[in-house]
Design a binder for this molecule. Structure first.
Ligand SMILES: [Zn+2]
Length: 74
């Protein structure tokens, strides 16, 4: 395990409402830092189940969850 602070990049635009208030969805078992970041609204805790089809991004305006692939396909 590493103690380095993860970097939360700015997400893409929401494909539904075009809000830029999009944050990454974190899967797996989050660290205490990740919980704090989620409390600040910097990311979404997606749960422990890691699946290739999991959406990567969550819109905090409309609640839409999507992947980068969803954006490029549409
Ligand atoms: Zn949205």
């Amino acid at each position: 395990m590493t103690a380095s602070r993860p970097v939360y990049p700015t997400g893409p635009e929401c494909p539904d409402c075009h809000s830029s208030d999009v944050v990454p969805i974190l899967y797996g078992y989050p660290s205490a830092e990740a919980f704090e970041a989620a409390a600040r609204g910097e990311l979404i805790i997606g749960g422990a189940n890691i699946d290739a089809d999991n959406p990567r991004w969550g819109c905090r305006t409309c609640g839409r969850r999507f992947s980068m692939g969803d954006v490029t396909r549409s």
